[in-house]
Ligand binder design. Structure first.
Ligand SMILES: NC(=O)c1ccc[n+]([C@@H]2O[C@H](COP(=O)([O-])OP(=O)(O)OC[C@H]3O[C@@H](n4cnc5c(N)ncnc54)[C@H](OP(=O)(O)O)[C@@H]3O)[C@@H](O)[C@H]2O)c1
Length: 324
């Protein structure tokens, strides 16, 4: 049995708790900065313990793995504290603000022989795994183009983490990471890129376009907090193409030939809400004492952060924590 401790009783912590319960695994402790909120969360999802501070949860010897469900900018310090207390970690995306912070965490985890994984759940979805296998088996020939959008209209105020630079807000780290992940899964590391972005008065990016260039392909990736541009992905190859609606949470994908005729429908409805697959991976890795997942490796996580660092550099955008 792996006992999860959740820090931050916000939106994704609820989805995570539903997923853990849905696969009959163990929600052991939840911590919030507000004890009353932690107690309500505990009762709603059936945790055994509630704590009014994150430190108290880390001091609980029975917590095997901490799920970090707080804003991006807090992950770095919180992961350091978890590792110092001997805890395995499943940390929400974006793992850290930048590559440098992530490298420190992965090095520390390796030296302490603890499991750490970035919670990039899309990589574990059976639909994505099947599309990946079909592409490797030449179902669409050579990929020459990927298009992926992730966008919605948000009217969040400045206090919300999405628009708040101090909390690591902005489209790139919050939702851009999904189309970037897709491009990396199917085409690998790009040779070069072009990008432009619009910024909110708060300073964070509120929409951007990235084009990744490969020797014989390109990936056109759009992300927005301003417009409802949908969440569709298309992967075009010389023999046909895949359409993956709602690709970051994919439950279905369709394979077409070059005459736009359906060749195959892929369907893998979530068991609960889609987070269960990364949770199952985390549990299996910890049980077999693996220090990293072979699907979401440290190297993959570091590489994606390196790419996002480069993109932000091209926009001349730094988080307050990065200003020297
Ligand atoms: N995998 C996914 O599909 C997915 C979806 C959404 C978000 N995420 C990721 O999950 C993380 C949390 O996102 P969320 O949407 O759940 O955020 P959220 O609803 O704003 O919740 C974040 C929680 O972090 C805690 N927190 C600690 N310090 C805070 C501070 N200074 N300001 C605000 N909150 C603070 C709060 O919990 P307490 O008040 O209880 O301490 C808060 O409820 C982000 O890294 C995000 O990228 C992943």
């Amino acid at each position: 049995m792996i006992r999860f401790g959740v820090i931050g009783a916000g939106r994704i912590a609820k989805t995570f708790s539903l997923a853990v319960n849905g696969i009959h695994e163990t929600l052991y402790a939840v911590a919030s900065r507000d004890l009353e909120k932690a107690n309500q969360f505990k009762d709603e999802f059936g945790f055994q313990k509630a704590y009014g501070s994150y430190e108290q949860l880390l001091d609980d010897q029975l917590v095997d793995c901490v799920y970090i469900a707080t804003p991006h900018a807090l992950h770095f310090e919180q992961m350091k504290s978890c590792l110092e207390k001997g805890k395995n970690i499943l940390c929400e995306k974006s793992f850290t603000l930048n590559h440098e912070q992530a490298k420190i965490i992965y090095d520390l985890a390796e030296s302490k022989k603890l499991f750490v994984m970035e919670a990039m759940w899309t990589r574990f979805l059976p639909t994505m795994q099947e599309v990946l296998k079909l592409v490797k088996d030449d179902a669409i020939g050579d990929i020459f183009r990927i298009e992926a959008n992730f966008g919605f209209e948000t009217n969040k105020d400045l206090k919300d983490r999405l628009l708040n630079p101090v909390l690591g807000g902005g489209t790139l780290l919050d939702i851009g990471i999904y189309p970037i992940t897709l491009a990396n899964m199917f085409l690998g590391i790009p040779d070069s890129f072009e990008s432009n972005a619009f910024f909110h008065p708060s300073g964070v990016d509120t929409s951007s376009k990235i084009t990744y260039f490969y020797p014989e392909a390109e990936a056109i990736l759009n992300m927005s907090f301003m417009d409802n541009i949908g969440n569709d992905a298309y992967i075009y190859g010389t023999k046909g193409y895949f359409h993956i609606p709602n690709f970051h949470a994919a439950e279905v994908a369709t394979l077409y030939n070059n005459n736009h005729k359906v060749v195959k429908m892929i369907e893998h409805p979530h068991i609960v809400n889609g987070l269960e697959y990364e949770i199952i991976e985390t549990i299996q890795c910890i049980k077999k004492k693996a220090l990293e997942s072979q699907i979401m490796t440290h190297e993959i996580s570091l590489e994606i952060l390196r790419q996002m660092d480069d993109i932000r550099k091209s926009w001349n955008f730094k988080y307050p924590q990065e200003l020297g």
